[in-house]
Design a protein. Structure first.
Lengths: 346, 297, 273
């Protein structure tokens, strides 16, 4: 059974989801000081709530991806107190079920790419628990946004692990949801109880069919391109900040750190960036990737070559965030246009 | 093609052809609309890539400190604020004037979205002084808003006035919301043309004074406040910190506030124009003593 | 209960052996046994201080694990102040191991520098424990900065030279009174000794700069890249190939390494040292 349910309006959908907020953490895209992020709807102002429909149904992802809700930017996994020579250790409480409203296909595919790393043996339980606890309500984009390259990465049509698909029927203004997983079915049932109704049809989005890049071809082209002077030129332009990696929905690198103040402390993992020199610099001072060229190259090779070799897919979904936010305008295209042989002389 | 771009391309081609420099560091058209990005040209025939326009915002001077620019003869395109940053590095003995060929350009003011950058609106040093550069290119198409006298210090600091009117609690809430979004990507630091420490205090191995956690408000506050103080009297008001912040945090407000306070206490000082030492890098016996018993002088 | 592979278990410090000015060997007894092979590593940690990866220096089959740890940073500083009876966190073992099958029937040349003898010791002891499987001649060339920096003195001066068919050659970088061994760097000593590459496998571990020159010297004296095994030391955090930092091309040193044949390293596009 693939039930389709409908809300009379986006407002009604939000209201129904609000009713479920004792059971789920419900997050949706909104703006904060003009910057787009997913935020819990219970913490939104009325003004922020009014942004949710536009951003949920827009053909472009918000700046912040859904990743922080599954792989938080900092995550404590051991808490402890040391008192009078006695060590007391606790593990933080388990994650709560959550609904992510208005996730984009690119972000869903990026989670599937992170799955390949974190859910491979030995399974990362911290991630798996949140992944299992998350219901993704995904709207398929009808078109591509200005910086989107998802068609190149075969992402636009893909909604594999979406739990519910969402689309708007423009003529009636109805918001349609189609369940496509067990978690989606359960949520659909719950939403029916909150006043949504069954609907005979789902509006399928207009998805253009474009040939995606062939991952093996890109990987081969990258490998052939390793010695190119292009990398030194690119490294001279890069300023070595972590914007590209911190806004990338597929980046999953982390650091593990300890913290202690007086009697209390924690061990946590936190996002790290391969663009930082100390990412690979050892306590003794040796660094296997000492130059910015090494680091820039590693980032692009990880996405476009190593990930293909290890996981069988390109490590990029074409969301365009890195290129949009890079202070010196370096994007995936900057590299892809070169390895394709077609020189971008714009 | 505008006059400056045309002349820039000519000079660059000549410098490279005559072997006077190994590379020219300037701007070229980016991949996005309304975007210019840093560009390094090494062949005379590539000089036609270079442009200069109202999107050429990135400060270039700090690139000169990077490893890969060492032992090379470099020509660099500098707008007024960027030349101030260069001058400061020169005065602080970070680089030598004779090693670099400076191409000064008259700046038409940089765009912030649809509008002109507030920094450019109050800038009275759009164009480097002729004697400070090797070539000076003028004739930019200056927008009307920038044709008259620059806005004075007070008028251009509108945002600070608003912040200063807030109660302490409101101000704290304001910064809390803004800095909560910080991920410490260090884009502001890396883009800032006067953040030039050889090893940044935040890059030291296992420092006890800062944590790596990305969700710790106190850590973000600490980072930004320390950085603002380190930069304070050396800020050249280019606005890069606020432009590059992916979270849209108005970091320039911290710098502007400090500049205003410093002006009050030490008299007006413009880094990279006035002589060094900068106000906070030396002390005079008759200076106000903020930490003394009397409190603020 | 979340299945978190980053979660350490407790290990009791049962003995601490001072090795040099800045190296101590810690004998640990984990609350659950960790079965390891020579060359593998484990994460040791102290809550509130930090976590780091160390190679296991004891051979398999002992009822404790040994780690020889040099004082270089925050965590190792605190570890050095510990006493028997205290507890550390441990997780592992991680990584691949020395090719104990592939080297069977070969003459073995071990080349170590400084603390780099730690992983080699596990392999050396493993082969000495199994004379039937590893009957051929063995040779160790081991050097340190000074006589004070030589570690495992009981092994290198006493136990190992007494083994049949095991030649131990020692060097220090600078002259010292009563030192009758070689004075100079390990690669120089290797070149002077020039062991016969015929039917030999060389296994080397040490500081990156030493490894670099040892590899060059080995090739110079006639070893083929597929006769040379080394271990790489990269910064690691997770130990399970997920946190990203220790990759060399598409391989993760923590998971696919730390032991590599030079013939495989030569295939890498990135510099491995």
């Amino acid at each position: 059974m693939k039930p389709v349910i409908a809300a009379k309006s986006f407002e009604q959908l939000l209201k129904a989801l609000h009713q479920l907020s004792s059971k789920y953490l419900v997050v949706a895209p909104t703006t904060e000081d003009g910057v787009e992020h997913y935020r819990p709807i219970t913490q939104m102002s009325e003004e922020q709530k009014s942004q949710v429909e536009r951003l949920s149904l827009r053909n472009q992802p918000p700046l912040g991806s859904v990743k922080p809700f599954l792989f938080p930017d900092s995550e404590i996994y051991i808490e402890f107190t040391k008192k009078d020579g006695k060590l007391d250790v606790q593990t933080p409480r388990a994650s709560v079920p959550q609904i992510i409203l208005g996730a984009k296909p690119c972000d869903v595919v990026s989670l599937e790419l992170i799955d390949k790393v974190f859910l491979e043996d030995p399974v990362d339980g911290l991630y798996q628990e949140k992944r299992d606890n998350t219901v993704l309500i995904v709207n398929q984009c009808d078109e591509m946004g200005a910086n989107c390259r998802c068609d190149d990465f075969g992402v636009q049509r893909s909604t594999g692990s979406a739990d519910l698909l969402m689309s708007k029927d423009e003529s009636s203004g109805k918001i349609l949801l189609k369940a496509q997983s067990e978690k989606g079915n359960i949520l659909a049932e719950e939403l029916l109880k909150e006043g949504m109704e069954e609907n005979p049809v789902f509006r399928e989005p207009k998805v253009p069919v474009k040939e995606a890049l062939e991952s093996e071809k890109i990987q081969q082209a990258m490998d052939d391109f390793f010695e190119s002077p292009f990398w030194e030129e690119l490294a001279m332009r890069c300023i070595g900040c972590a914007t590209c990696t911190f806004y990338c929905p597929t980046c999953h690198c982390y650091d593990i750190r300890d913290f202690q103040r007086k009697e209390q402390g924690a061990r946590y993992r936190t996002w790290d960036s391969c663009m930082f020199p100390d990412y690979t610099r050892m306590a003794g001072g040796h660094n296997p990737r000492p130059t910015r060229k090494d680091r820039v190259q590693n980032r692009f090779y990880h996405k476009l070559s190593y990930f293909v070799k290890n996981e069988g897919a390109l490590g990029c979904v074409g969301c365009g965030r890195c290129g949009e936010k890079c202070p010196v305008g370096i994007s995936m295209d900057t590299v892809l246009n070169r390895i394709g042989g077609e020189v971008n002389d714009k | 093609m505008c006059k400056i771009t045309e002349e820039l391309q000519q000079i660059a081609a000549e410098l490279l052809k005559e072997g006077k420099v190994d590379l020219v560091l300037g701007y070229t058209k980016g991949e996005q609309e309304e975007q210019s990005v840093p560009c390094i040209v090494t062949q005379p025939e590539d000089a036609s890539k270079l442009i200069f326009d109202e999107y050429s915002e990135k400060a270039l001077s700090k690139y000169l400190l990077e490893e890969s620019f060492q032992d090379k003869k470099v020509a660099i395109v500098l707008k007024g604020c960027d030349q101030r940053a260069f001058k400061l590095m020169q005065d602080e003995s970070r680089l030598g004037r004779e090693d670099v060929y400076l191409i000064g350009v008259e700046c038409p003011g940089m765009k912030w979205g649809e509008d002109l950058s507030p920094f450019c609106l109050h800038c009275d040093y759009r164009t480097p002084a002729k004697e400070d550069v090797d070539s000076l290119l003028t004739g930019a198409d200056i927008p009307e808003a920038m044709q008259g006298e620059p806005l004075d210090h007070e008028d251009s600091f509108t945002d600070i006035n608003r912040l200063e009117k807030m109660s302490k609690e409101e101000r704290f809430e304001f910064w809390k919301r803004q800095l909560n979004r910080c991920k410490r990507c260090y884009t502001c630091r890396n883009a800032c043309p006067v953040c030039t420490c050889r090893v940044c205090v935040f890059d030291r191995e296992n420092p006890d004074y800062i944590d790596r956690a990305k969700d710790q408000m106190a850590q973000h506050q600490f980072y930004h406040v320390i950085r603002a103080f380190h930069v304070s009297d050396r800020c050249v008001s280019c606005g890069e910190c606020a432009r590059v912040c992916p979270e849209g945090i108005p970091l320039h407000l911290l710098n502007q506030k400090l500049l205003r306070e410093l002006d009050k206490f030490y008299g007006e000082y413009q880094a990279g124009i006035d002589e060094v030492p900068t106000p906070l890098s030396h002390a005079n016996a008759d200076e106000p003593d903020f930490f003394g018993k009397e409190g603020k002088a | 209960m979340t299945n978190n592979p980053l979660m350490p278990i407790n290990a009791e410090v049962i003995n601490i052996i001072p090795e040099s000015n800045d190296v101590k060997t810690f004998q640990l007894k984990p609350e659950k046994p960790l079965d390891h092979m020579p060359g593998q590593c484990a994460m040791l940690s102290l809550l509130g201080v930090g976590e780091a990866l160390f190679s296991i220096t004891s051979p398999p089959g002992r009822d404790y694990l040994e780690f020889s740890i040099k004082r270089v940073g925050k965590l190792t500083e605190v570890l050095h102040q510990m006493e028997p009876g205290q507890t550390v966190g441990i997780r592992g073992p991680y990584g691949n191991n020395f090719p104990v099958e592939r080297i069977k029937g070969k003459k073995l040349l071990f080349i170590g520098g400084g603390i780099g003898l730690a992983p080699l010791r596990s392999l050396i002891q493993y082969t000495l424990d199994r004379p039937g499987e590893y009957p051929e001649a063995k040779q160790l060339i081991y050097g340190a900065r000074s006589t004070d920096d030589l570690i495992f003195e009981r092994d290198i001066f006493n136990a190992w030279p007494e083994e049949k068919n095991f030649e131990v050659n020692l060097s220090v970088d600078v002259e010292a009174p009563n030192w009758d061994g070689f004075v100079g760097f390990v690669p120089q000593y290797l070149e002077e000794l020039s062991p016969d590459p015929q039917d030999t496998v060389a296994v080397t571990c040490g500081p990156p700069i030493m490894i670099k020159f040892v590899l060059q010297t080995l090739e110079k004296i006639g070893f083929n890249p597929d006769q040379i095994v080394t271990t790489l030391e990269y910064k690691m955090k997770c130990g399970i190939g997920k946190c990203g930092r220790c990759n060399l091309d598409e391989f993760y040193v923590c998971k696919d390494g730390p032991v590599f044949y030079l013939s495989d390293l030569n295939q890498m596009k990135s510099d491995f040292i």
